[in-house]
Design a protein around this ligand. Sequence first.
Ligand code: AMP
Length: 248
Amino acid sequence: MKILVPVKRVIDYNVKPRVKADGTGVDLSNVKMSMNPFDEIAVEEALRIKEAGKADEVIVVSVGPAKAQETLRTALAMGADRAVLVETDAEVEPLAVAKILKSLVETETPGLVILGKQAIDDDSNQTGQMLAALLGRPQGTFASKVAVEGDKVVVTREVDGGLETVSLAIPAIVTTDLRLNEPRYASLPNIMKAKKKPLDVKSPADCGVDIAPRLKTLKVVEPAVRSAGIKVADVDALVAKLKEMGVA
Ligand code: AMP
């Protein structure tokens, strides 16, 4: 069985995003970019399934600019076998990414596609679900545990107020939640080895997908600055203050 893992190059999670002065988006000039954290978890899970002898190949794919090759090399250094870059400098919305992934699924025929539950730049939480719908395949989203058992994959899902376990017939789509695993670091020898692993470059047109945007961003604003708190002497003073503020 092959496992396909889509990985997105996003603004590093430690960087505080700055909104462009004209409010059209986030300023990405001279900003550190990294693999989307949920996608690192997806790569790790795919590698663990392969190491358990339940898959033979892990293929990573990214849709994005030439620089996304770095993100793919990181996944190859973690242990993925080969990579595909669908190269474009345009901003690609989740529906277009899902259509590109559908085309790759049709050529690669993976048993599992493991995506992150969301990309931390657009916070869409849509691509995995759209891919499952386009392919007509079962999906297990927000996975905190994944077990391949014969021709089924058993996914424990983090849902409001608890956990839900579902059994999906393979081929299936899984999206990862934060608690699924702790991704490994790539060792130096593996970083060197990754440079020689195959990385194919395609275009969205090769996949037969029109990536023209369907959405228009009207405005992006910084979060409101929080006002400072105050200290009160005791519970009576707290209650009095809350009453004064009209919240008690
Ligand atoms: P989103 O629906 O944008 O929140 O993204 C959910 C997941 O879809 C991500 O965690 C990735 O696994 C995958 N994905 C989204 N955009 C891309 C992209 N441009 N390239 C590769 N994978 C992507």
